[in-house]
Design a protein around this ligand. Structure first.
Ligand SMILES: *[C@@H]1O[C@H](CO)[C@@H](O)[C@H](O)[C@H]1NC(C)=O
Length: 265
């Protein structure tokens, strides 16, 4: 539960930068017969990047007639997959935070909370990696499909030497590049959290902390175990804090837990 602040925030950045994107490119078709030209052909597209449904009317340079130009490709599956994972990761991290803070006893009961948390964290780490990679690939394809130089090649008037076609500007990619970066950052965050959730399960201590309320002796033993955990963690936390803000916060969040842990006995 070290991700109390970062996990929901990073998930929001991931799905907001991708799901909220809209881009525009502009090309010009300069016909041999000037009045037929259109020097400002705008093409707008947005999430979820079903580009084969994006069209614009462009001059054919044969009189006043126009042709309907469609972009190529449908990249909605990788984009929607990415956003879906981000939204569910956001919801889960919020839910887990609420359970962890307000239902600490329920979380501890039969070790069920840590067990579920561990499984879900592993699954989400994997999903972040897969969806970020899929979306990174999808984005590079979107960039090719919306490159004005590529779009010009689709316009039949531009295949005639005497007409001049050129790109005016292409889409701005910083938002979508950010979404991919945040996808991988989320993967690192969730994968790194696997270790902390694993510690919560108590499996690494041979199950000593697994059923802390089964018997009074065991309870005392578990309590010692608890303070022992706290001690060892302080050391590892100290070593960890050197690696930056993230480590610092993860440490302090878990620190908050270990100090509140004994009060539940
Ligand atoms: C040029 O194309 C745009 C579409 O991007 C259209 O809105 C505009 O009316 C066209 N201009 C002319 C002169 O046909």
């Amino acid at each position: 539960m070290c991700m109390v602040i970062f996990a929901p925030l990073f998930a929001i950045f991931a799905f907001a930068t991708c799901g909220g994107y809209s881009g525009q490119l502009r090309v010009r078709v300069d016909c041999e017969n000037k009045p037929d030209s259109n020097l400002s052909i705008n093409i707008d597209f947005a999430y979820p990047f079903r580009l084969n449904q994006v069209y614009v009317d462009v001059p054919t340079c044969k009189g006043r007639s126009q042709e309907r130009l469609f972009l190529v490709g449908d990249f909605s599956s990788s984009a929607e997959f990415f956003v879906t994972i981000a939204v569910f990761a956001f919801l889960y991290s919020l839910l887990a935070t609420v359970v962890y803070i307000f239902f600490q006893n329920m979380y501890r009961e039969n070790n069920r909370g840590p067990f579920i948390d561990f499984i879900v964290t592993v699954v989400f780490s994997f999903m972040w990696l897969v969806s970020s990679s899929a979306w990174a690939k999808g984005l590079s394809d979107v960039k090719v499909a919306t490159d004005p130089e590529e779009v010009i090649l689709l316009i039949s008037a531009c295949k005639v030497q005497t007409n001049k076609c050129s790109s005016v500007y292409g889409p701005i990619w910083s938002g979508l590049n950010t979404s991919v970066v945040f996808g991988y950052l989320n993967f690192v965050l969730w994968a790194g959290n696997i270790w902390f959730v694993f510690k919560e399960t108590g499996w690494h201590k041979g199950g000593a902390a697994r059923y802390p309320t089964s018997a009074p002796e065991k309870q005392a033993a578990a309590f010692n175990q608890q303070s022992y955990n706290q001690g060892t963690f302080d050391q590892s936390g100290g070593g960890f804090s050197g690696s930056g803000d993230l480590g610092q916060t993860e440490y302090s969040q878990v620190g908050t837990y270990t100090s509140s842990g004994p009060t539940s006995y």
